[in-house]
Design a protein around this ligand. Structure first.
Ligand SMILES: [Zn+2]
Length: 265
């Protein structure tokens, strides 16, 4: 239903140029909030983070707000040049998914790895909030693995070997090991590493609070700090970290919150 609606709107918008991002104001979704002003506001913030502001095709300005997966449904507040604007987050229940992973250390990590995991999570959280690039990126992103199969969708509530774990914070694209991965938009590499859960990983800051993350890679072909073009190969699909088979885990982050990557394709 949602997919069909998105397709219809994309087709309608296609005639007029670039497709606008579908508003989907739920936890893990994106709100488009009309700022009801003719002048571009100086600063729009949500939960303390700067928020992307775009010109509306019909005139005026809107905020494009990434909503955290843990957000409470109800009224949320934007700070707009010292004043407040509210928008409503609707409830949404994502499906549950049960996964069996034979390697117990990947389900419940041994105590001696916890410090490493915490350090890596701090690195990743910092990259989510990177502001290293001054740009107004496109929101219709380049598909990072064109022939990848969508094997696990964003937001699913995961149970590993029966134990509840964090909801899925990205989109899994299954493809053979070695398949090229391409950058979703132009930007700069703000972190790369080989992490306990995420395996070989690249994070790219695109500007305006938009960051994308690529995980479980077999090889990484870019350096930290490197400037990247839209569609540029950055590495290959692999099975490093906590995985059941080769795939790309792709996360899209907007104003610090991971949101549904399918909204951007
Ligand atoms: Zn994943």
């Amino acid at each position: 239903m949602r997919g069909a609606l998105a397709l219809l709107l994309a087709l309608a918008a296609g005639a007029a140029g670039a497709a606008p991002l579908m508003p989907w104001p739920v936890p893990g979704g994106v709100a488009r909030v009309d700022l009801e002003t003719a002048q571009r506001p100086e600063a729009v913030r949500y939960q303390g983070s700067p928020v992307r502001v775009s010109a509306k095709p019909e005139g005026g300005w809107e905020a494009i707000v990434g909503i955290d997966l843990d957000a409470e449904p109800g009224r949320h507040t934007l700070q707009v040049d010292g004043a407040e604007r509210t928008f409503r987050v609707r409830a949404h229940t994502y499906p549950a998914q049960h996964i069996e992973i034979p390697d117990r250390e990947m389900v419940t990590p041994p105590a001696e790895t916890l410090e490493r995991i915490r350090r890596e999570q701090r690195t990743i959280r910092a990259a989510y909030r990177s502001r290293a690039v001054a740009a107004h990126p496109r929101l219709d992103l380049h598909h990072p693995v064109a022939e990848g199969q969508r094997s696990s969708r964003f937001g699913v509530r995961r149970f590993l070997n029966g134990k509840p774990r964090n909801p899925h914070s990205g989109l899994d694209l299954a493809a053979p090991r070695g398949t090229p991965i391409e950058a979703a938009e132009a930007g700069r590499v703000v972190a790369r590493g080989d992490y306990y859960f995420n395996g070989k990983t690249v994070l790219i800051d695109h500007g305006d609070g938009l960051v994308t993350m690529y995980c479980h890679m077999a090889t990484i072909g870019v350096e930290a700090g490197e400037r990247i073009a839209r569609g540029q190969p950055i590495g290959t699909v692999g099975a490093t970290g906590r995985v059941t088979g080769p795939h790309l885990h792709w996360s899209v982050v907007l104003n610090g919150n991971t949101v549904d990557p399918e909204l951007f394709l």
